[in-house]
Design a protein. Structure first.
Length: 132
């Protein structure tokens, strides 16, 4: 997603809402980790600061089994390492890791929902607020 497009998607939501939950699937890590300060600064300015970051991963062997035509063990390990660095950077080391090697999509979803409900920000702002 281009930075301008991302910004155009966020501005109307922020203007209309008292509280917001923003879900981003796959932070553009390549830009955040780019040595070029301009691109990194642009994305850091546009992207909201996350309250929760989930890092879903699996062992390289499982990833290759899931998509053998797309993955190798080496590439899978490199991707895991790269995405872990992005999760670490975006969350300032506070990401929630979920190993999906031996759990179903439903179990991973349940874990994520459980962690969201544990978040004090969600509880304070959404679950205890009286709406008029």
């Amino acid at each position: 997603v281009l930075p301008a497009e991302l910004l155009l998607r966020q501005v109307p939501v922020k203007l209309r809402s008292r509280y917001s939950i923003v879900l981003i699937d796959r932070i553009p890590g390549a830009f955040l980790m780019d040595k070029s300060y301009g691109k990194s600064l642009l994305y850091r300015t546009i992207l909201p600061i996350p309250d929760l970051v989930f890092f879903l991963y699996a062992s390289p062997e499982v990833l290759v089994q899931r998509k053998p035509e797309e993955n190798t063990l080496e590439r899978s390990q490199a991707d895991i390492d790269k995405f872990r660095k992005v999760a670490d950077m975006v969350s300032e080391g506070r990401y929630i890791g979920i190993d999906t090697s031996s759990i179903s999509i439903s179990e991973a979803t349940d874990t994520i929902i459980s962690e969201i409900y544990k978040s004090s920000k969600v509880y304070d702002n959404l679950l205890t607020t009286q709406f008029n």
